[in-house]
Design a protein around this ligand. Structure first.
Ligand code: HEM
Length: 144
């Protein structure tokens, strides 16, 4: 993410890492893209999440960006360079949005991936969702 120190491994090492993760988890770019199409198909139809996705102007562009994001996160491809926190700042997301997002993500991941592949994706999804939620939703401490 934008504040971290970014060290680029050389392309061959990175490709070897991606191959090793694929071999271990059964995940690959094509499978991740198919999963993401199913996930966002369901998220758009969901009564809680749907309205937040209503203004997405170009779904193919979103799928392309998000496939690069998950390639970087799950397969260590280093192909995503965006700023997820900023992308969500205007959406007024609540804890209910995050809970539902993770629920749908888990259901569709278990449909699409092996057990190990789903766990690999879910571990990362939960960690990033928690960090986005902490960054985006102000904590309302009780007044004293
Ligand atoms: C809590 C419910 C969530 C909603 C309603 C939501 C909605 C959105 C919307 C509307 C966009 C902009 C799409 C566009 O206009 O093209 C977006 C972008 C994005 N979202 Fe989410 N999101 C949620 C949670 C998450 C989570 C948990 C992650 C990661 C695990 C995530 C990752 C991303 C990424 C990587 C982008 C693209 C940012 C960029 O432009 O580089 N989102 N999201």
């Amino acid at each position: 993410m934008s504040t971290s120190v970014h060290i680029e491994p050389d392309p061959e090492r990175r490709a070897a890492l991606t191959r090793a993760i694929s071999a271990q988890t059964g995940l690959d770019r094509e499978g991740i893209e198919a999963f993401l199409r199913a996930f966002y198909g369901a998220a758009r139809e969901d009564p809680i999440l749907g309205p937040a996705f209503a203004d997405v102007a170009d779904w193919e562009k979103h799928i392309a960006v998000i496939t690069r994001f998950w390639g970087s996160v799950a397969l260590m491809t280093g192909e995503y360079h965006g700023q997820p926190m900023q992308a969500h700042a205007h959406l007024a997301l609540t804890p209910a949005h995050f809970a539902r997002w993770l629920e749908i993500f888990e259901r569709i991941a278990r449909d699409h991936f092996t057990h190990g592949g789903a766990e690999h994706m879910l571990e990362r999804a939960r960690r990033i969702a928690r960090s986005l939620e902490m960054g985006l939703i102000p904590l309302h401490l009780p007044a004293r």
